[in-house]
Write a protein that binds this ligand. Structure first.
Ligand code: 5GP
Length: 189
């Protein structure tokens, strides 16, 4: 998606550790007109899949998911990051290793909000190692719901997550795929 790629080139900052900082339009301040175009593009790609629910993970996926959900006309469920050691029984849960913080945490979704009748589209801001998406897809599978696929704003294609998920048969649609990122700048696939 050219609009997003141009914005990454204009405002993205490359940090050590293969981190792309996009706080000025995506992860802290949010450019809602850009989100709106991204939402329409996700809808264009998944409009024939009868999506009934969008699933994301707090915090940075929520804004993108909510705007996309307006195009689909479906609710958004966001997985909560749980700090409690004793998890309640009325939740689906899985473990995710954080790319940016390096620690492992539990994510939970109440069983009330995912059911076997749901056709779920996962939406997130970044795809790097694939841990967040794998954790979210486990919640969908545990609920007996149908996983339609994943819509990602920025995939770092030089990291293994995209291939890992696609090799498992998960449909991954990324709006911008970065093929390399170093002190010379960002290149797209
Ligand atoms: P993964 O689980 O695929 O390794 O990483 C996905 C999650 O890590 C995303 O939800 C995102 O919040 C965060 N993340 C991964 N790479 C980056 C990055 O380069 N920049 C930012 N801002 N977040 C990232």
């Amino acid at each position: 998606m050219d609009l997003l790629k141009k914005r990454i080139l204009l405002d993205g900052k490359i940090l050590p550790g293969n981190v792309l900082k996009v706080d000025s339009f995506l992860n802290h301040q949010m450019d809602i007109s850009l989100f709106s175009e991204m939402g329409k593009e996700f809808h264009r790609r998944f409009q024939d899949d009868n999506v009934t629910k969008i699933l994301t993970i707090e915090a940075s996926g929520i804004g993108i998911a909510c705007i996309a959900a307006q195009s689909f006309g479906v609710p958004v469920v966001f997985a909560k990051k749980s700090k409690s050691i004793n998890l309640p029984e009325d939740v689906y849960t899985s473990k995710v290793e954080s790319f940016t913080h390096g620690r492992v945490y539990d994510i939970i979704v109440a069983k009330d909000y995912l059911s076997k009748d749901d056709r779920v589209l996962i939406i997130d801001d970044f795809l790097a190692m694939g841990h967040a998406l794998l954790g979210l897809s486990k919640l969908v599978i545990d609920a007996g719901a149908t996983l339609i696929g994943a819509g990602i704003a920025i995939e770092k294609g030089f990291q293994p997550g995209g291939a890992l998920l696609r090799n498992q048969g998960i449909r991954v649609e990324s709006l911008a795929i970065i093929s390399s990122m170093d002190d010379r700048g960002v290149l797209f696939a």
